[in-house]
Design a protein around this ligand. Structure first.
Ligand code: ADP
Ligand code: MG
Length: 255
């Protein structure tokens, strides 16, 4: 379970450019939830994810995971159980390195003693097996430079790369943060990536926080929708798959 207790974050504090990005946000997110976060630009969605991932520090408040206070745990430590993907499919991969080498780098990120894993045939086999699971035929491209793949193919691999250390790690909490992961993709590729994400999420039993502007996707995949405005959570709706909101109803939130 993830728990945010009274989290606040102001950028450029005590300067004329101070921006309140999060204003006393408290949330409880049970394991295996699929939480969708919607809200206009600048409402604090990315800051919320950054604070969970540990790349931004809250000014006030606590973050608890399974009852343990992780507020001051580094982003590096957190990467054992928190995976994230971003809008840009090129982010976090090296175009000149092969697919397999990119996977090696990703897995090394969580290893304190570098080069302990990820050099042998066993690693190649594991990566190949997981890539095969995507069903995109990319397992034949293990030795191709990442830069030769399409944006969609790269985003699919980035997704897998992000969750693999979490999946193979021993920690119980397995969290995937997705910050507008399809915003840079065409509609067809976006749909494909989300289907893949959904498959991976189920296979790896992940708890998900997914930021999107696509209300359709929010309704299709989420089991709970949060809307944010001015650094606050202004709506929080958990719903069963049978009682779905309609898109006009959801648009109504933004009026
Ligand atoms: P969203 O993801 O909903 O668009 P953000 O969390 O990125 O919103 O931003 C919330 C507010 O904080 C915005 O006003 C944004 O300009 C500001 N902000 C975000 N990151 C920084 C930063 N690193 N430095 C200064 N201001 C920032
Ligand atoms: Mg954002």
């Amino acid at each position: 379970m993830i728990e945010l207790r009274h989290i606040s974050k102001t950028y450029n504090r005590s300067s004329p450019n101070a921006v309140v990005a999060l204003d006393d946000v408290s949330l409880v997110i049970p394991e295996k939830s699929f939480v969708v976060v919607v809200g206009s630009n600048g409402s604090g969605k990315s800051t919320l994810l950054n604070i969970l991932a540990g790349t931004a520090k809250p000014d006030d408040g606590q973050i608890m995971i399974n009852g343990k206070d992780i507020t001051h745990v580094s982003d590096f430590e957190r990467s054992k159980w928190i995976a994230r993907i971003f809008q840009n499919p090129m982010m976090g991969t090296s175009p000149e390195l092969s697919v397999l080498e990119n996977f090696r780098l990703a897995s090394l990120r969580m290893e304190k003693k570098k080069f302990r894993i990820g050099t042998g045939e066993a690693f190649r086999k594991l990566v190949k097996e997981k890539i095969t699971m995507l069903g995109l035929g990319l397992e034949s491209k293990l030795d191709q430079p990442m830069g030769t793949l399409s944006g969609g193919q790269r985003q699919a691999l980035t997704l897998l790369m992000a969750v693999m250390p979490v999946h193979t790690g021993k920690e119980e909490a397995k969290i995937l943060l997705m910050d507008e992961p399809t915003a840079a993709l065409d509609p067809k590729t976006s749909a494909l990536i989300l289907e893949l994400a959904d498959k991976i999420i189920k296979e790896f039993n992940l708890t998900v926080i997914f930021v999107t502007h696509q209300l359709k996707d929010a309704l299709r995949y989420g089991d709970r929708i949060l809307s944010m405005e001015g650094g606050k959570v202004t709506r929080d709706l958990a719903y069963q798959s049978k009682i779905k909101l309609t898109i006009p109803e959801l648009y109504g939130w933004f009026e």
